[in-house]
Design a protein around this ligand. Sequence first.
Ligand code: ADP
Ligand code: MG
Length: 347
Amino acid sequence: MIDRKKIEDIVDGYGKDFKIATICSHSSLQIFKGAREEGIKTIGIVQKGKRKLYESFPLGRPDEFIEIDNYKDIDTKKLREKNAILIPHGSFVEYVGEKFDDLAVPVYGNRRSVMWERSREKMFQWIKKAGIKTPRTYKPDEIDGPVMVKFPGAKGGRGYLIVRSEEEFHEKVSEKDYMIQEFLIGVRAYPHYFFSPFGKTGYKTKNGTIELLGVDRRVESSADEIARAVSIGMSPQMAFTVIGNEPLVLRESLLSEYMEIGQRISDTSFDLFGGLIGPYCVETIINEELEIYAFEISARIVAGTNVYPDGSPYSLYYYKEPMSAGRRIARELKNAAKMKKLKEIVY
Ligand SMILES: Nc1ncnc2c1ncn2[C@@H]1O[C@H](COP(=O)(O)OP(=O)(O)O)[C@@H](O)[C@H]1O
Ligand SMILES: [Mg+2]
């Protein structure tokens, strides 16, 4: 992983003047729109052939494009010359892979957090240390009923399997890297948090404040529509391919628990790797006893925030103006630059 000092020197060279850059994706529309609303110039890194799409949204496109053939060949020198600060999102992390760790361009947030979200084992360690319930995990010979087998990388739930026995596991799984989880029954909720170390608004944590900028739930195929097939006598395999996201507002009694969960994930991140900065999401399932289980952390802006490009039923209790996660990022960077504290929130 690139040295923190190197990134600090690059940011020092920028002075107060920076641009927001990211790979063009759905979330980038929100990031660029938010930056535009905060008066910050933007750069979209786009694969040749996809420019047409991202150019077609006048308010969601970047001020300038950098076209590349392959996401693994990001021209860091060019980005540094343009005073770019990179905003990671799900596709960004997935496309760039482990090269992300060494990118010689300042990244908003702590790039160590992306390393922690990359490993499911590390993620579980983090959630458990935060004192939040997780689904039970199994070794193959402990399987005694339907369980979920997950493989590495955020692929939007694609390729996950349900197996019912050790035999079925060996029959269907040849991969070496997997995690077997208890299948949790309940409603999924994906809260979108934003941590600021400068924290004036929000819920106080050990190292700053968090704001709850929204909550969504995912719509997954075939899982979310499977009742139709079952009702006509079919028995299809359940699958979890994400198709989209829907807004969600939590029942009143859950709100305080979700703020506690957000705080504990934040506090623990400082003990583990120097702190998660900016947006993150904890993926949870709530059972009928109202117990909350977490099975994943996204340590960056998540796609679910795209249901709130104009703010959410939570963000409007913090901000008079429509505040998306994308805009909140731009505002944070703008404020930090004004206070000469950019170095504290990039790495
Ligand atoms: N332990 C679990 N029990 C039941 N459903 C789960 C569990 N873990 C994940 N899921 C379902 O699978 C989906 C994808 O899982 P997730 O681990 O978030 O994958 P990804 O890394 O692709 O985001 C979730 O949105 C949820 O619907
Ligand atoms: Mg997930």
